[in-house]
Design a protein around this ligand. Sequence first.
Ligand SMILES: Cc1ncc(COP(=O)(O)O)c(C=O)c1O
Length: 406
Amino acid sequence: MTDHPSHPLDAADPLASYRDRFVGADSELVYLDGNSLGRPLQVTGERLRAFVDEEWGGRLIRGWDEGWFDLPVTLGDEIGRICLGAAAGQTFVGDSTTVLLYKAMRAAVALRPGRTEIVLDRDNFPTDRYVAEGIARECGLTLRWIDVDTAAGVTADQLAEAVGEQTALVVLSHVAYRSAWLADAPRLTEIAHDAGALVLWDLCHSAGSVPTSLDAWDVDLAVGCTYKYLNGGPGSPAFGYVARCLLEDAATPLTQPIQGWMGAADPFEMGPGYAPARGVRRMISGTPPVLGMLALQDMLALLDEAGLEAVREKSIGLTEHAIALADDLLPETTLASPRDPERRGGHVTLNHPRMREVTAELWRRDVLPDYRDPHGLRLGLSPLSTSYAEVERGLHTVRDVLDGLT
Ligand SMILES: Cc1ncc(COP(=O)(O)O)c(C=O)c1O
C-alpha cells in the first residue's frame, strides 16, 4: 500500500487507490513529471509478457489478421471515446507526434488552396513551430506569429487579430507545454472558422488529463502524444483526429503527404499507384507500431474506469494544492502558470533564476520534476498516479534545496 491515507487530502480523494496500480508508487521517490513520461501500470508488465508469449510468439503472422492491422483505428476509437469527445471513425494511432503534425498540417493547407498563411504562436512547442516552418517553405506559405505571455497563452482577441482571408490553418496547443495555459478551444476554433481557416489542436498536454469535446467544438484536426498522461511508455505512437466532414467531403477529400501502402484503399492489391483508403485509415502510412500500443490500452481502460471528468477534478485539486504550497513555502518563486484553474491544465510552472541547478539537485534527491527555460520548474501532476502527499514532499524538498544554495 502507498502513503495516500496519511495525508488528509489523499484520505478524502475518491481516486486515491488508483495510485496503487502503478509501478513504483510504493517507493519514496517523488514523481512530478507525468506530463513528460507517465509511470507504467503494473498490469502492463503482464500484458507485455503475455503478448510476447501468446500473440507475437504464438499467433505469429496471423496476428495481423486477428487484430493488429485494425489496432490503429480500434484503439483510435477508444481514445476518441474515452478522452477526446470524438465519435468513432475519426481518430487513429500512427507515427510520432512530430510526423503526425506534419501530415495533419500538410493535409490541412492542401484543403485551403490560394490561402497563404499559417497562424501560430511563438510559444507553441518547438516541434509544432519547426514543422510549420518546413511546410511554409515547402508550400510557399508565410507564418503569421502571435506573441504570447509565456506564463499564459493565446487569447481570443489575439487570434481574432491574427486571422484573416489569407489564413489557411491555425495551429495551437490546447494546454501550453510551458505555462499549462488552457486555451478556450471552442471559442478559438470558432474564430478560425469565421475567417474560413482550419484549426489543428496539439493535445499532447491534455489527452488523458483535460477532457476535450472535439466533435462538439467542431474541431478540424488534432494530434496528441500517448506517453504523457496516457502512459504508453517512452516513444509510444501518437494519435490523430480528423473530423468526419473532412474525410467524407467528396469534392475536396483530405489527402496526406506520406502515401504508404498501409493507408491505401487495398494494401494487398499492391497496385501501380496509390489510392487512399476510405475514412481515417488514409492517415496511416506504414506498418503500425503494435508493441508501442500495448501499455496505452491499459491506461485507457483505467481512465475509462475512473472517468475523465473525475480525473480532471483531481488534476485541479493537485495543481491547486501545489500552488497553495508554493505560495506558502516558496515566496521567492514566481508562478508562471494561470492561477485560475479553469484556464490551467495539469501542470504548474514555478520560475526562479536558479531553477536549473535546483532541478539537478532535486533529481539527485529522487524528486523528479523537469526544467524548462528560461528558469521554470515544471511540476507535472498525473492525476491517477500522483498523491497529495507526494506533491507535499516534493515542494518541501524544493524549499530545502533553495535553502542550501550558496
Ligand atoms: C506539446 C508537444 N507537442 C509535440 C511534441 C513532440 O512529440 P514527439 O517528440 O513525440 O514527436 C511534444 C513532446 O513532448 C509536446 O510536448
